[in-house]
Unconditional design. Structure first.
Length: 78
């Protein structure tokens, strides 16, 4: 599971066995996890993050969307 980005306590990554899903990113902190689609940025699944932190994470995904998309296609191809 390649780590794409680290921001503070957050690890942004994707699983190497998910190439058949649309581009997305998983974000973990401690025992919390969330998944965002990244084209467009939309919450896919949330496991434990509160609303305020989810909004912060969505903003981080939006701010880093280009880098995340490039990492996705760089790993899985078009």
């Amino acid at each position: 599971m390649p780590t794409v980005l680290r921001i503070g306590a957050y690890r942004f990554y994707f699983y190497s066995h998910e190439p058949n899903e649309p581009p997305h990113i998983h974000i973990d902190r401690d025992n919390l996890s969330v998944k965002f689609w990244i084209e467009p940025v939309v919450l896919a699944k949330n496991h434990g993050f509160g609303g305020k932190e989810l909004r912060k994470l969505e903003l981080l995904v939006r701010e880093n969307q280009k880098k995340l998309v490039e990492a996705w296609y760089g790993y899985f191809g078009n």
